[in-house]
Design a protein around this ligand. Structure first.
Ligand code: FAD
Length: 470
């Protein structure tokens, strides 16, 4: 166990000198937001100092000070993470990257953009569109920072067609825990140039280095997109349709699933009743939401005809077309699911597992059974096209200790089941502090030993984001 130092008035002074006293916060001036992320069940922790640097040089200066003084440092983007990754569980310094929020350069010949890590996903996506370009990764939380997205390898809705954040990162500037600045990757489309430090950094959740600049690949913006809602009797029928949709060559941008329970709650909370619950006289129990994109709307509708045939064969009650405002409304509703669960339930824990697509019904069935056995409500939705499930264990009536005890039993059994089905602990939210025990169980001692060795090679003093992943 590493023994860290605490911050002295001299260290405060040195950091203030490096980033400006007006960009440093200590004691009561630290906003409560900096003590947690968006999943408060994992606990909160107040850092000794929060600073908001404006450049790579300032980040490097803070890291040098902390490295010399053996003070733990936690990097924070927008704080929308769900695994306690940006929480300073060992105290020390939080470096918040949100002042580094400039889009620096578009290269229209090579189709890339250079950004600072504090640019918000929604701002980059909107700005790229003004150049008729698309930044394909589309995680649900649009106010997250690009630095946070890269550090967690964020996924999102369009991963079925376009892949995840990892597939769009070409290069980055990194401040190592020693304060040294390193340029990794280059703005080229392929490389076979030694171990990929770039891909080690992507998804490293602030444990290996601090990302201070990122070069991202963009694509020409598809001019049209149409969504289709497929209502089914139950989740088994809904998920059973997914392999044939993926195999069909119809090239869907996204394939999402929703259970009726979350659809009803969301309609009630938001007043958005875009999703019909009775279709052609039949009561829907679950839905598949498919989106096609392209440049020619007629061609999209040709694909839609094949989709409707597949859906019919799979037992869908209909294939409902959603364009324009209707499409916007259904995606707004989809985007509200987590906040609706938060509004309805007092206590929540989350699983973000990924399983082979055909194992989704078995896994969901298992977790629902566990919920019944241990008396917790299970609510779920997620990315059917890539097997990434967001499953919430919830209670509004239990005391926290009792909830945590029951929740742990469900989580232990569910992660074991996930492993049995050849799944992985996290599809897109990461490991952070919350899931590190399950990571260890899942990957085994040898892989864990290698990961620990990688961490030690980057961060021999263990001062960067201690207590996370390894
Ligand atoms: C409603 C809601 C919906 C969501 N939907 C999705 C979804 O569809 N897909 C998905 O993948 N996630 C989703 N998330 C989770 C979250 O938005 C992502 O994990 C996101 O990538 C976190 O970005 P952030 O800027 O908030 O990072 P933070 O939460 O601040 O940090 C996350 C991790 O990244 C590290 N980090 C941040 N910036 C840097 C940097 N510059 N250098 C090094 N390390 C850094 C932190 O140390 C931490 O470990 C959702 C969250 C919410 C609340």
């Amino acid at each position: 166990m590493t023994q860290f130092s605490t911050i002295t008035p001299e260290i405060v002074q040195q950091i203030e000198l490096a980033v400006g006293a007006e960009n440093c916060f200590i004691g009561d001036s630290i906003n409560e937001d900096f003590t947690r992320d968006e999943m408060p069940i994992y606990g909160s922790s107040t850092p000794e100092l929060v600073c908001e640097p404006a450049s790579t040089e300032e980040v490097s200066a803070v890291m040098r000070i902390c490295s010399e003084a053996n003070i733990p440092v936690t990097v924070r983007g927008a704080g929308t993470g769900l695994v306690s990754g940006c929480v300073a569980i060992e105290g020390g310094v939080i470096i918040c990257m949100m002042r580094m929020n400039r889009i620096l350069e578009y290269d229209m010949k090579n189709l890339f953009v250079r950004v600072q890590p504090g640019v918000r996903l929604c701002d980059l996506a909107a700005d790229a569109l003004t150049h008729d370009l698309m930044y394909p990764p589309d995680p649900g939380e649009k106010t997250a920072s690009i630095g946070g997205n890269v550090s967690t390898n964020a996924g999102g809705m369009r991963a079925v067609k376009y892949g995840t954040t990892r597939d769009y990162v070409l290069a980055m500037t990194v401040v190592l825990p020693s304060g040294e600045v390193l340029e990794i990757g280059r703005p080229v489309t392929k490389t076979s140039t030694g171990y990929s430090l770039l891909h080690l950094m992507i998804g490293s959740e602030g444990t290996l280095g601090i990302i201070t600049e990122i070069t991202l690949k963009l694509i020409p913006n598809p001019q049209e997109s149409v969504s289709f809602l497929l209502p089914f009797a139950d989740i088994h029928a809904a998920i059973a349709s997914v392999p044939s949709i993926r195999l069909s060559g119809l090239d869907p941008q996204s394939i999402e699933f929703m259970e009726r329970d979350i659809v009803d709650s969301s309609a009630e909370h938001t007043g958005n009743h875009i999703i019909p619950t009775t279709v052609n006289g039949q009561e829907a129990g679950a839905y598949i939401l498919v989106t096609f994109d392209g440049n020619d709307v007629d061609e999209i509708y040709q694909r839609a005809e094949s989709l409707a045939e597949l859906a019919d064969e799979a037992g869908a009650f209909d294939t409902l077309v959603l364009e324009g405002p209707e499409k916007r409304k259904i995606w707004e509703l989809r985007g509200a699911f987590l906040s609706v669960i938060e509004a309805e339930e007092k206590l929540i824990d989350e699983m973000d597992v990924v399983v082979p697509v055909d194992a989704i019904p078995e896994f969901l069935g298992f977790v629902h059974e566990q919920g019944e056995v241990h008396g917790l409500r299970i609510r779920s939705f997620g990315h059917a096209g890539d097997g990434n499930l967001h499953i919430y264990c919830c209670s509004s009536s239990l005391e926290k200790d009792e909830f945590l005890a029951r929740d742990k039993q469900i989580m232990d059994a569910s992660y074991a089941k996930c492993a049995e089905l050849n799944g992985q602990v996290s599809g897109e939210h990461g490991i952070g502090a919350a899931k590190s025990a399950y990571l260890k169980q899942s990957v085994g001692d040898t892989a864990m030993g290698l990961m620990t060795g990688i961490k030690a090679a980057f961060d021999p003093k263990g001062i960067l984001n201690p207590g996370k992943i390894v």
